[in-house]
Design a binder for this molecule. Sequence first.
Ligand code: HEC
Length: 116
Amino acid sequence: MYKKGIFVATSFAVVAGLGAFFSGIPVSKAADIDAKKLYMTHCKTCHGADGKPTDLGVGLEARDLTDAAWQAKATDEQIIKQINDGTPEKMMPFKEKLTPEEVKALVPVVRSFGKK
Ligand code: HEC
């Protein structure tokens, strides 16, 4: 009985913690939502595992995400918007496929390509 009580209390703390985790959505923490895996699943085909466009990406005129000048210029909002809305005939929109948290979590992944 006593032990079970502790178990329930612990589970509750975990659930409450998760709630706080997702509602706060600090970009860096959201990266723990396996953002790298999301990138590898949805983005790598065109943008490459390391941000350098693949042949397919180059054919569609995808930018080199490791480009320091672009990294300095692009805002997180622009990156989020691009992932959500895409570009007609170049990059598909992801707002139907990914949750807002997942899209946000991809920003630090995109940023990581700019850091050498
Ligand atoms: C079908 C290929 C394809 C896939 C898949 C794809 N992209 Fe793109 N992406 C492109 C192309 C092409 C562009 C350039 C669009 C343009 O010129 O407007 C682009 C542009 C971008 C840009 C903006 C770069 C700039 O010029 O400002 C970002 C950021 C980006 N993609 C991130 C992602 C992320 C993150 C994913 C996965 C969720 C993803 N892309 C999936 C093809 C793709």
